[in-house]
Design a protein around this ligand. Sequence first.
Ligand SMILES: [Zn+2]
Length: 346
Amino acid sequence: MNDVFFMREALKLAEKAADVGEVPVGAVVVKTNEKQGFSDPDSDMKEETNVKDTLDYSGRIVGRGFNMRETNRNSVHHAEILAIEDACKALGGWRLQGCVLYVTLEPCPMCAGAIINSRLDRVVYGAKDLKAGSCGSIVNLFDLPYNHKPEITVGIIKNECEEIMSKFFKKLRDKEKDGIMKLIPAVTDEQIKNVSELADLIWHEFFPSVISGGQIDFMIDKFQSVPAITEQIRNLGYNYYIMHKNGGYIGYCAVNPQNNGRLFLSKLYIKKEFRGQGYARKTFMFLKDFCINNNFRRIWLTVNKNNTQTIEVYKKLGFRITGEGVTDIGGGYVMDDYYMELELRQ
Ligand SMILES: [Zn+2]
């Protein structure tokens, strides 16, 4: 009865860990013997009263912790360590004799060591940890001839303790499957063909409001056909990247690193159904990293003056207009562009 009650308290803390994206492990330290001569912290009076009103048990929670490794960027901030620290503070000493640690997952070697060092009487855990568990799964440190041997109780509300872990990892996998956009360099003939097909699709959908259908066809043939892209990549120093998501292609970009410390962003096109979802911004983060790693201080581009939608997107990303110009691209067509530039802060 007591074990189940306190394990549920640990489980509540594990849920808090899950809420902030931490692997959900929760722990409480319970002082079971009031006659060990520890000072009573006032802060725990409320807890004591509440619990005593509703339950017949002996013991009160003197320490709480949940896994905070990611949040605190600290490899030792496991639930048990934080609960033990909390208990030492509350009780005003490092010896936790007369105390029991409840934790939803089997302690790792570090935490098992901390349990020995803090002289806890007993450890109660819910789910086994086959990868790191050091209270029975990989090793049982409490069986080794250390100077202190805590008792172990295993499997208290095991199913709930296991479920919170499996749910967390399933959610994480689903999120990864669903949310991550990757930029893959286009280098093979097959990848170049994919880029060309993406260009054909996106340009014919996007550009009719900006330039004529004849000019779209002309420009795709001149700049985005398989031979044109191949030439740009193999001989003109361009890098093309395909945006992958969920195993499909959602867009592409092309850059040309130039000698004057500037990166020319030649192309950035995203399929209609994927626009406005942050993928342009993600691509920019990628390009900024590229610039930082290669000592480029500026990203610049040209954009058609009538392409107001795209101009706004670039302005939001921090670009400003630095000039304008008309370029004859042959076939009786011209490009009437603004030049825009983004200066990267060091
Ligand atoms: Zn641990």
